[in-house]
Design a protein around this ligand. Structure first.
Ligand SMILES: Cc1cc2nc3c(=O)[nH]c(=O)nc-3n(C[C@H](O)[C@H](O)[C@H](O)COP(=O)(O)OP(=O)(O)OC[C@H]3O[C@@H](n4cnc5c(N)ncnc54)[C@H](O)[C@@H]3O)c2cc1C
Length: 486
């Protein structure tokens, strides 16, 4: 159906005036015009994309956002850094094949810069040794590998044990994937069981898990092998990664500036009231509460937060089970502003993978000018929670001690520090969703499915969990569900 047809469709949207049981009775009148009304909860990229497309289609949209800014887990840190430097607390790179992300970046005319180390290759710090990895050069890995694995090297092992299987997975971005029952076995296995089942030796598993494989969930043993395989299958087309010049938060800001009239900040939703022909929503409003009503609702907040929102009458049992049971990865990042890029003295790449608490070390300022720069390190899962449990100064001190093993000279060059623990963010409660063994096939359909006039968006409700692409594509999908009456 033509988007503009909806301009012609008018529906009286009645707004309840009374207070509601369990909430204070101070409710305000919110007068919405006589068009099909949609409330979007959450101004992350999922909610923003849904709202943007629905406005284009002629709907009367209101976006209710708990915090004072758009973007959610796309958050650029400019403070406490100086000299115009910035770093990303959350979403960092845009892979070139992420078509939804690229489409909106282009639509809003946002400039992209490459996000890759200026010196090629990757640094590994494992078992107390620093190793420089460049394509085609044999590395004396301090792991007990078979002679074949030694010959294959890290890239060859990845190809043999993992990548060679990816074409068999089918179209992993298709809405009904993973319907093929043959994939069930991979869903029941953990990532570690999968690698072992493919013939990887214990030494190869110990080496391969460092970095990517251990950064999701609570590490390789914790998550569904099928979720890992989907992520890798989707990444196969990636050739380059970018970041938005000036900060990735320019993308949500661009959406929000075009919808300024529809945005309501500092408006946390505390209750959802599904009804046969409409949906009610209660927000906290200063000392009181406000009631809203619309024809459709797009819920674009993480399930980690949605499980704290009252829903009455409740969602279906499988939906509520998915909301309650979907786990989120803990991520802690620590940032160091340094006087100069001291790693250049030894011609080291400014990206490293380690078996320390901070699994990943990288330079967020690769494309930024000036002599000062920022180095960041990231811990995931239990390691992130260990860092989070420390007082701020101790967290930073431990991170410096660790990164100093890899990049000697950090302590002498640090000017400013900052850290972020995503579990502590009230409106995120974790970095991104992950799937325990068995959850992909049992939960996926119930995460995405709409319930009456209520539609679900967010990275978790997409084929690209943990990516801006996932958030944006799910927002567009939710908008289309409404536009097409699905
Ligand atoms: C550490 C980290 C690294 C990442 N790296 C990358 C990367 O390199 N590349 C990439 O593409 N992606 C990356 N991501 C993932 C990306 O940031 C997310 O997938 C995406 O931003 C999620 O968008 P969303 O709209 O689904 O959710 P969110 O961004 O979480 O948006 C939800 C919004 O809802 C609001 N909200 C929550 N509760 C309520 C409520 N009760 N009422 C009203 N509003 C509410 C929140 O304040 C928030 O604004 C990373 C994320 C993290 C945390």
């Amino acid at each position: 159906m033509d988007r503009r047809t909806f301009l012609a469709q008018t529906t009286l949207v009645a707004i309840g005036l009374s207070g509601c049981a369990g909430f204070r009775s101070r409710a305000a009148v919110v007068a919405l015009p006589r068009r099909k009304a949609v409330i979007v909860i959450g101004a992350g990229l999922a909610g923003l994309a849904a709202a943007f497309e629905l406005i284009e289609a002629g709907y009367d949209v209101t976006v209710l956002e708990a915090s004072e800014r758009p973007g959610g887990r796309v958050r650029t840190l400019r403070e406490p850094f100086s000299q115009g430097l910035y770093a990303e607390a959350g979403a960092t790179v845009i892979p070139d094949h992420h078509d939804f992300a690229m489409r909106y970046v282009r639509l809003f005319d946002l400039p992209l810069g490459p996000f890759a180390p200026r010196v090629s290759g990757r640094l590994y710090y494992v078992r107390g040794r620093a190793l420089r990895v460049t394509r085609g050069t044999p590395i004396p890995w301090p792991f007990d590998l078979t002679s074949e694995e030694e010959r294959l090297g890290l890239a060859g092992m990845r190809e043999k044990y993992v990548d060679s299987l990816l074409p068999d997975l089918g179209d992993v971005a298709a809405p009904d994937w993973p319907a093929d029952p043959r994939l069930e076995a991979y869903d029941r296995m953990s990532g570690e069981e999968f690698l072992r089942s493919r013939g990887a030796s214990p030494g190869a598993v110990a080496l391969m898990r460092i970095g990517y494989f251990d950064l999701l969930g609570d590490g390789l043993e914790s998550y569904s092998a099928l979720s890992m395989l989907r992520d890798l299958a989707l990444a196969r087309k990636q050739r380059q990664t970018f970041a938005i010049v000036g900060g990735n938060d320019r993308l949500p800001a661009a959406f929000a500036s075009r919808m300024a009239e529809q945005m309501r900040y500092r408006t946390p939703v505390v209750r959802i009231e599904p009804a046969p022909d409409s949906v009610g929503v209660i927000t906290r409003d200063g000392d009181g509460f406000r009631r809203w009503r619309a024809d459709h609702l797009v819920v674009a907040i993480p399930f980690s937060v949605l499980r704290t929102v009252e829903v009455s009458p409740p969602f279906s049992r499988p939906k509520q089970a998915a909301i309650n049971g979907l786990p989120y990865t803990s991520i802690t990042r620590v940032f160091f502003q340094v006087r100069r890029r001291f790693w250049n003295d030894r011609q080291l790449p400014s990206f490293a993978t380690t078996d320390l608490l901070s699994t990943w070390i990288f330079e967020p300022t690769v494309s930024q000018q000036g002599s000062s720069a920022i180095l960041a390190c990231e811990a995931g899962g239990g390691q992130a929670r260990r860092l989070m449990a420390l007082p701020d100064q101790e967290r930073v001190a431990l991170a410096i001690e660790e990164v100093e093993h890899v990049y000697q000279g950090l302590r002498a060059n640090v000017e400013l520090t900052a850290s972020i623990c995503w579990d502590r963010d009230e409106w995120a409660r974790g970095a991104y969703c992950w799937f325990r063994p068995g959850q992909m096939r049992s939960m996926l359909p119930h995460i995405v499915a709409s319930e009456g006039g209520i539609h679900f968006a967010g990275e978790h409700a997409s084929a690209w969990p943990g990516w801006m692409q996932g958030a944006l594509s799910s927002g567009v999908r939710a908008a289309l569900e409404i536009i097409e009456g699905r």
